[in-house]
Ligand binder design. Structure first.
Ligand SMILES: Nc1ncnc2c1ncn2[C@@H]1O[C@H](COP(=O)(O)OP(=O)(O)OP(=O)(O)O)[C@@H](O)[C@H]1O
Length: 262
């Protein structure tokens, strides 16, 4: 392996993890899940994290979302408004008993945005995601791709300063996954929302990321950083570029070493 990974200091990062460590369980049955790990995400940056199964990716994201505490070290999020970080999970995390529109409005209701304005913002997001005809439907009647579009609309409707995504497209078939990757690429390039995105898919990471960070096997640390060499705004067409294939195989080599049984 080459030089150990050192996160280049972003001067005023939106997110900064320092010596972040998480252990689960009690001695003698502890599991070292994560770290020590250093990471910064600059404002407007889209950072993808890939790593072998069980290396602590979700743990990292759950700490960033405030759902878990670090065992040691810190993770700071710098926000300039009371708007929360928004999170999107693999299993959509939408409420089956609420209509599609009420799901998209959910974060706005929590922020006590007046109903009329909240409905207008929800409807705007439903239109952007091609879901206007389903505003009054319940999620059970939607396909997986549509459900994930609802989750994306709900997260972005609150205009979060930080978007945390944990394998958001993992449950979708390959074709739909590609379509949603391209939609997210379009959206994030126009919104420039700071995003930390966890994925198993190298292709997804290269298409979407300003940086792709590779994690080691558990306890996960960052062992490599790559910047996909595709200027923005980019489109899904980069998937056929030789540089894309080359970077994918380079990342795959790194991951294969980490995933290999010892
Ligand atoms: N609440 C918990 N209690 C005990 N161990 C846990 C807990 N949550 C996670 N772990 C362990 O911590 C390690 C990291 O888990 P985590 O879910 O963060 O990995 P991951 O990289 O997201 O995995 P995958 O890619 O398979 O989703 C795993 O060994 C897991 O079993």
């Amino acid at each position: 392996m080459g030089e150990p990974y050192q996160d280049r200091e972003a001067s005023d990062p939106k997110l900064r993890a320092t010596d972040l460590t998480r252990t689960f369980g009690r001695t003698p049955h502890t599991v070292d899940a994560l770290g020590p790990l250093d990471l910064t995400v600059a404002p407007g940056e889209f950072v993808c994290v890939v790593g072998p199964s069980g290396c602590g990716k979700s743990t990292l994201l759950r700490i960033a979302a405030g759902l878990l505490r670090p065992s040691m070290g810190t993770l700071e999020i710098r926000t300039s408004s009371p708007r929360p970080a928004a999170m999107i999970f693999q299993d959509y995390g939408i409420y089956d008993w609420k209509t599609v529109r009420a799901n998209v409005r959910f974060g706005l209701d929590i922020q006590r945005v007046p109903r009329r304005e909240a409905n207008a913002r929800a409807d705007d997001w439903l239109a952007r995601m091609g879901l206007s005809d389903f505003a009054h439907a319940y999620p059970a009647t939607l396909s997986g791709g549509m459900r994930q579009r609802v989750a994306i609309a709900r997260a972005l409707a609150v205009q979060p300063e930080l978007l945390l995504m944990d394998e958001p497209f993992a449950a979708l078939d390959a074709q739909l996954r590609t379509i949603l990757q391209d939609e997210l690429l379009d959206l994030t390039q126009s919104l420039r929302t700071t995003t930390l995105f966890i994925t198993h898919s190298l292709e997804e990471a290269i298409v979407l990321g300003d940086r792709v960070l590779v994690m080691s096997a558990r306890p996960g640390r960052i062992i490599a950083e790559h910047r996909p060499p595709f200027p923005r705004p980019r489109t899904g067409d980069i998937r056929t570029a030789p540089e894309f294939t080359a970077l994918k195989s380079e990342l795959w080599d790194l991951l294969r070493k980490e995933a290999a049984p010892v």
